[in-house]
Structures are given as structure tokens and as C-alpha cells.
Design a protein around this ligand. Structure first.
Ligand SMILES: C[S@@+](CC[C@H](N)C(=O)[O-])C[C@H]1O[C@@H](n2cnc3c(N)ncnc32)[C@H](O)[C@@H]1O
Length: 407
């Protein structure tokens, strides 16, 4: 049974206080994240776009809701302390001043991640080695009897960042990265991250009523994200967060927020997800079988160049494409040639559709005649962009595209 004095301390020092939080975002998604935070039905304020993400102020329960509802960030950190230290003794003193036991579950042995830049204390391992015993002592981790069968613990991570001798000490609220929605059972060879799929759908103006077509769907990231958005399902609804194990977490309030969200779930519009590769399709079909809300997603095997959208829908919706490029391309086709074919096909058969077409940064000139604007981002160590906009019918250069060849 939890000590009432401890519960009161947690409430006073953690749950009822305003803290600073940091939503870590991939390049290109910070503004989208700031907009999401502004629209969040929670009391968060002082939202600021900063290098690497977005900071905001609020209470812990509100930040837990941000984990549940935000689609753009990769994770959310809670700031515990910020101080200057140039010697280990000063660092240890400051770390000892933190009431670790009010923030992390008793008995935890957290992972300690350290990054340093232009600081006198620059050795990451040495910093982690000083921090570890202090935290373990505060959490009573060292005193735990070895050999006892503890219940499996959610991994907890302390993030220490030092720059110009200034230290930021944070806790990772999310645990598993937020772009993992807890829905896919399998992924294909080059899956897109869900937060990027969201950002591209968002940039293309995806709404509840839009038909969505993903003709190179792989494991179905766009289709699943699109179905979730249209059904009004919070991105974190089917997963857990590290902060759910914290003493300051309020399970009843969080469960209430989840059940309120569930009462608003609605049906998605039609979503067509196709791929030329039967193995990719098998992965998609398996992923779709995991949740009933994915029933509006229609999977089928087809070569994109044989796809005629008006055979499936009389609406002009949104077409998203995440084609393979570089070494992933087969049939000895080079990337520029493949992208030229794709843009010709889009111009021929998708005129009036809105597009979100992912391409390696250098291929943009091939998209010029589609009048798409570039939305740059970074993924898998590469500079990429999505061509966003409405596909206009323009003069199409003579080529080999097989328009109308669908069976
Ligand atoms: C980069 S992967 C897409 C990954 C997907 N967005 C995901 O998150 O899993 C590219 C996909 O394009 C498919 N593809 C390549 N050429 C195609 C074509 N001509 N028609 C349809 N699909 C094609 C590949 O089979 C592969 O699954």
C-alpha cells in the first residue's frame, strides 16, 4: 500500500506543478507539431518551436494526453533540471538534488543516455557512470533482492544533454517511439515512419471525407495512418507509454480521456492500398486483420502503372506514393527514369487528384511539370521531400507509360 505522505509529495511536487516538456520532432515536422499542440484539447501553453522539436509548459496529466494525441513527434521528454556544471562534484550534487523517487517507479534501473557538446565534462560514459548510482540509490534499486521474480518493468530512460557546460536533465515519457502506433504486426523492407506519413497527409490537406489511394503501399503506413485519422482514433490509443509507470501518472484520468475518445470513433472513407509485390500485400493484409477500424482499407495487388483510379472511385481524392529509389529499384531502372515514369502516369490518370509524392531531394525537377510544391524532410539518413499539391493536366512528354492498361 502506498504511503499517503509519499502520494501527497508526488502530487505537490510532480502532478500539480507546471513543468517544461520537449516534443522531439524529425526535421520538417516541428511546425506541424506546434500546430497539433495548439489544437490539443489540453491546458498546455508557451508552445515554442526550437531546434530539434517543440517545447511547451503544462502539468504532467496534460503531457500524458499529448503522448496519446500527437502524431508528429518521435517522443516527448519531461525536463527535470537545468544547471551549469564544469566538474563532476558539481554535477553529482545537482543530480542528487533531484527527487528521483517522485518521478520514476521504485526499483527501476533506468537507461541513461548522454550527449555532450563543447563542454568541459564531455565524456558521456563517465557522466552516465556518475548519474547511475545516484538514481539507483534514490529509487532503492540497489537494495532489491537479486533472484526475486519482479513483474516485467517498462524501460525508463533518463536523457542528459550537456552543451557549453549547461546540462538539461530529462525523462523520456514515451518509451517506444511515438511513431510506433502499436498497430502493425509486421513491416516491409523500407517502411515509412507513421509521423512522416501523417505530415505528408496533413500537408496534402487530407480530411475526413477524402478518398485515399496508396498505389505503392508496402506494409500500408499511409493507409493505416489515414484510416486512424479519419476514424478519429488517437495515435497512441493502441499502445502504452513509459510515463504510465510513473508515481505521478493518473490512471483514472487517462482511462477517462481514452474512453471519451473512443466514444467519438467514426468510420473512415474508402482507402485503396495496392502494391505490385505479393509479399508486401501479404504483410498489409495481415496488418489490416488486427483492428476492425481498418475495414475501409481495400488491399489489392496491382502495378501502379496499370492503375486507373476511376475504376475504383468517382471521387478525386488524395494519392500518396512512397516509391523505391536508389538500390531498392529493380529491373535496372535508374531513379530519375523511374520518377519520370511516375510523374507521367500521375499526369495522365490522376489529374485533379491531390498528391503527396515522396522523392529523393535531387529528383524534384522531374516533378516540376506536375506543379507540386516540395515539402522537405529527413528519413533513413536521407534528405527527401514530398511533392504536395493538386495534379494539373499539362503537356505530357512522350514516353512509355501504359495508361489504360488495367485488366
Ligand atoms: C519504399 S516501399 C513503400 C513502403 C511503404 N510506404 C510502407 O510504409 O511500408 C516501396 C513499395 O513500392 C512497391 N512498388 C515498386 N514498384 C511498384 C509498381 N510499379 N507498382 C506498385 N508498387 C510498386 C514496392 O513493392 C514496395 O512495396
Amino acid at each position: 500500500m502506498t504511503d499517503p505522505a509519499f502520494v501527497r509529495r508526488v502530487k505537490r511536487r510532480v502532478s500539480a506543478r507546471i513543468h517544461e516538456f520537449f516534443a522531439v520532432c524529425p526535421p520538417g515536422l516541428r511546425q506541424v507539431c506546434a500546430k497539433e499542440l495548439t489544437g490539443l484539447n489540453a491546458r498546455v501553453h508557451d508552445i515554442q518551436v526550437v531546434p530539434g522539436g517543440v517545447t511547451f509548459l503544462g502539468k504532467l496529466p496534460e503531457a500524458c494526453l499529448a503522448n496519446l494525441w500527437l502524431r508528429a513527434p518521435s517522443r516527448i521528454l519531461m525536463r527535470l533540471a537545468r544547471f551549469r556544471a564544469t566538474r563532476f562534484a558539481a554535477l553529482e550534487k545537482k543530480l542528487s538534488d533531484i527527487d528521483w523517487e517522485l518521478f520514476l517507479p521504485a526499483g527501476t534501473d533506468p537507461i541513461i543516455q548522454v550527449t555532450t557538446r563543447t563542454s568541459r565534462l564531455y565524456h558521456s560514459d563517465a557522466i552516465a557512470d556518475r548519474c547511475g548510482p545516484i538514481v539507483r540509490a534514490a529509487l532503492g534499486t540497489a537494495q532489491r533482492k537479486t533472484g526475486t521474480a519482479d513483474p516485467p518493468r517498462v524501460p525508463q530512460t533518463i536523457m542528459i544533454r550537456a552543451e557549453n557546460d549547461r546540462f538539461d536533465i530529462s525523462l523520456d515519457m514515451s518509451g517506444t517511439p511515438l511513431f510506433k502506433r502499436g498497430i502493425k504486426k509486421q513491416v516491409g523492407t523500407a517502411p515509412l515512419r507513421e509521423n512522416l506519413a501523417f505530415a505528408i497527409l496533413n500537408a496534402a490537406g487530407f480530411t475526413d471525407r477524402d478518398v485515399l489511394m496508396d498505389p505503392m503501399c508496402g506494409s500500408g503506413t499511409f493507409a493505416i495512418e489515414g484510416a486512424m485519422i479519419q476514424a478519429g482514433i488517437p495515435p497512441g490509443f493502441y499502445r502504452r507509454f513509459a510515463c504510465e509507470a510513473w508515481p505521478g501518472f493518473r490512471p483514472a484520468a487517462f482511462a477517462h480521456a481514452r474512453s471519451q475518445a473512443a466514444q467519438q470513433f467514426s468510420a473512415a472513407s474508402s482507402i485503396f492500398a495496392s502494391d505490385v509485390d505479393p509479399d508486401a500485400l501479404a504483410i498489409l493484409v495481415d496488418n489490416l486483420s488486427s483492428h476492425a477500424f481498418l475495414s475501409p482499407v481495400h488491399p489489392f495487388q496491382l502495378d501502379f502503372f496499370d492503375l486507373l483510379p476511376n475504376r475504383f472511385t468517382n471521387q478525386k481524392g488524395i494519392v500518396v506514393l512512397n516509391p523505391p529509389y536508389g538500390r531498392r529499384l529493380e529491373n535496372n531502372m535508374d531513379t530519375p527514369a523511374f520518377y519520370r515514369e511516375i510523374t507521367r502516369k500521375l499526369a495522365a490518370d490522376f489529374s485533379g487528384w491531390r498528391a503527396g509524392l515522396i522523392f529523393p531531394g535531387k529528383q524534384f525537377r522531374h516533378l516540376n511539370h506536375l506543379t507540386l510544391r516540395p515539402f522537405p524532410f529527413f528519413h533513413g539518413g536521407l534528405n527527401l521531400a514530398a511533392g504536395i499539391g493538386t495534379i494539373q493536366t499539362r503537356k505530357i512528354a512522350p514516353g512509355t507509360v501504359k495508361s489504360g492498361g488495367n485488366s
